[in-house]
Design a protein around this ligand. Structure first.
Ligand code: ADP
Ligand code: MG
Length: 590
């Protein structure tokens, strides 16, 4: 073939392939246009998963009559003039490609009236070619109807998924925008059935309730964190909602991220959120999160992808860390509040007489003076005389996160059976011990006087150059955790001291340090947590070890004051609770 310039229509069709992948892409672009036009209400109608019809109506500014045709040509935009403007974009669109792309692969009818004009315009195109344009009476705003999508690009048509799948994609897009713009009223119907209707009163919570339901929403906590700018790092605000560890999903599709009002997809930032839950939810489970990131517009480049779904940050680590910290704080705080609330509901009083520390004796009676916050602190008072020696005598006493439990025995050299004010508890000894060690090691990060066990003949460990390098970069942090390492050649490290918990594990040093080097590499920036988890899992008491009742009681006393006594650092369940009611029901007493 000879070389010839492609016709505009063919160029548009090719370009459309990038911007308009599927019906949901059309919905996205039209919603963005409506939002950019300052609409306060957007109505969306879909037929047959968008294959037959996508119609988006808005009450925004409308398009002036003399610009309607231009709006539908390639690279025509009212939102950008110079390349410099890209750094201070406040609009969702800027490429001037959406309308022309959509028009190139469908039959489009656009009806619009600009707010300063008396009369509106209606224009019709088919496969990008103008069919008709005429003045028409219309309310202020714009209605865009897209019919027979991909009718002239059979390859695309064949690649469309099942109708139900396309519908789901569309719903996802609409709910994401409804969440990002709670002050805009969204009404959406698919095949004439209403699927979403938001009030547009400006409350994100209102929208989230509509999308995930009231019951799920009760298990969400609010995130609101501001990291001020310092050392040339920009300020970042994180806000929104994230689920408590008790509410999870089997995949990460319910994690939604927005940057300055734009829904983005970013696997690293999604991972930051998932990682904030490490140790709190099982692996393979994922939180629900709706999180808004606000940074100054010159900190993000939104022009890296034709669909604008990916962005690039000038300082991605900054955003990663802010997001992770914000979420982590919200859930640890929220989790604790919720647990305290559950305690208040338990309707037993505990009478505790601790004659000696190992055999604290707990009586249950059905006095309905509930175990409220005050009541239980009273019990703690009685406990404390004999219990102090179990706690770090110098440190402040940590708050209780479980009611006092009495050890009854051990099952299968794996589980501890205990009794508490609200029934019976089965505790996985390995998971519980890992949790205790994990929190102890992490506490070292805050404690300058934590004990270190010196290794008199300072052992050496051999690592791969990469592993050794990973550790070297983090020597100060490792030092704080109680791991005193020194470099000794490119692949050799000298171990001078280890955390007290590892005193009798020095024969495992090589494998322990190797696994720490592995996680240090993966776990930026929550390195402390990752190292603590690794240490905890390596040295935790294994299943199959028979424990004395003293050992079990010590462990349970420590578990009662762990911040997260319900899950091991790797997410496994630590305890199963059978309430008095459940037992009664099982025995037919209820
Ligand atoms: P972009 O949004 O990147 O500017 P589009 O192709 O999506 O490009 O739209 C082209 C232009 O048409 C916009 O810049 C805007 O001026 C106008 N436009 C499109 N949709 C609407 C709408 N719903 N209301 C008002 N103006 C619109
Ligand atoms: Mg646009």
């Amino acid at each position: 073939m000879t070389i010839e310039r492609l016709s505009d229509i063919v160029i548009s069709q090719i370009a459309a392939g990038e911007v308009i992948e599927r019906p949901a892409s059309v919905v996205k672009e039209l919603i963005e246009n409506a939002l950019d036009a300052e609409a306060s209400a957007i109505q969306i109608s879909i037929l047959e998963g968008g294959k037959r019809l996508i119609r988006v109506s808005d009450n925004g500014t409308g398009i002036p009559a003399d610009q309607v045709e231009l709006a539908l040509t390639r690279h025509a935009t009212s939102k950008l003039r110079t390349a410099d403007d890209l750094n201070r974009l406040l609009t969702l669109g800027f490429r001037g490609e959406a309308l022309s792309s959509i028009a190139a692969v469908s039959r489009v009818t656009l009806t619009t009236r600009h707010r300063d004009e008396q009369i509106g315009t209606e224009i019709q195109l088919e496969g990008g070619a103008l069919i008709r344009q005429q003045p028409i009476g219309a309310p202020t705003g714009t209605v865009l109807s897209v019919e027979s999508l991909f009718f002239n690009t059979p390859a695309r048509l064949r690649f469309m998924k099942k109708e139900a799948t396309e519908k789901r994609y569309i719903n996802t897009i609409i709910t994401r925008y409804a969440m990002a713009y709670p002050d805009v009223r969204f009404v959406c119907e698919q095949d004439r059935r209403e699927v979403l209707h938001t009030v547009g009163r400006g409350q994100l919570a209102d929208v989230v309730v509509k999308v995930i339901g009231v019951d799920a929403f009760k298990k969400m906590v609010e995130v609101n964190a501001l990291e001020e700018s310092r050392n040339q790092m920009p300020s970042v605000r994180i806000s929104g909602y994230t689920s408590l560890p008790s509410l999870t999903r089997g995949d990460r599709t319910q994690i939604a991220l927005f940057v300055n009002g734009r829904w983005i997809q970013d696997s690293k930032l999604t991972y930051a959120i998932i990682q904030a839950y490490s140790g709190l939810i099982p692996t393979e489970r994922y939180p629900i999160a709706i999180l808004m990131i606000e940074v100054s517009t010159d900190e993000v480049d939104v022009n890296v992808h034709p669909t604008k779904a990916e962005v690039r940050f000038r300082q991605p680590e900054r955003i990663f860390a802010a997001l992770q910290r914000g979420v982590r704080e919200a859930i640890t705080q929220g989790n604790f509040d919720q647990r305290r609330f559950e305690h208040v509901r338990s309707s037993y009083t505990i009478e505790t007489t601790a004659h000696d520390s190992w055999n604290s004796h707990i009586q249950l009676d059905l006095d309905l003076q509930a175990t409220t916050g005050e009541a239980s602190s009273e019990h703690e008072g009685r406990f404390s005389a004999s219990e102090t020696d179990l706690q770090n005598p110098n440190g402040p006493k940590k708050p209780r996160t479980l009611p006092p439990l009495r050890v009854v025995g051990q099952v299968g050299a794996m589980y501890i059976v205990a009794e508490g004010p609200a029934g019976m508890y089965l505790i996985d000894q390995n998971a519980a011990h890992a949790r205790i060690l994990y929190e102890t090691v992490l506490e070292r990060l805050q404690d300058e006087h934590a004990q270190v066990h010196d290794i008199p003949n300072s052992e050496t460990v051999e690592l791969s150059p990469d592993a050794a390098h990973n550790l070297e970069r983090n020597l100060p942090l490792l030092n704080k955790l109680g791991l005193r390492l020194e470099t000794f050649g490119p692949t050799t490290l000298i171990v001078r001291g280890v955390p007290q918990e590892l005193a009798d594990k020095t024969h495992q040093l090589q494998s322990l340090i190797q696994s720490i080097a592995d996680v240090v590499f993966e776990a930026q920036p929550e390195i402390g947590e990752a190292i603590a988890a690794t240490i905890a899992h390596q040295i935790a008491l294994k299943a199959g070890q028979i424990l004395s009742s003293e050992q079990m009681t010590t462990m349970i006393r420590q578990l009662e004051r762990c911040k997260q006594p319900h899950t091991a650092p790797d997410g496994r369940t630590i305890l199963i609770h059978l309430s008095g009611d459940q037992l009664a029901r099982e025995f037919g007493r209820g």
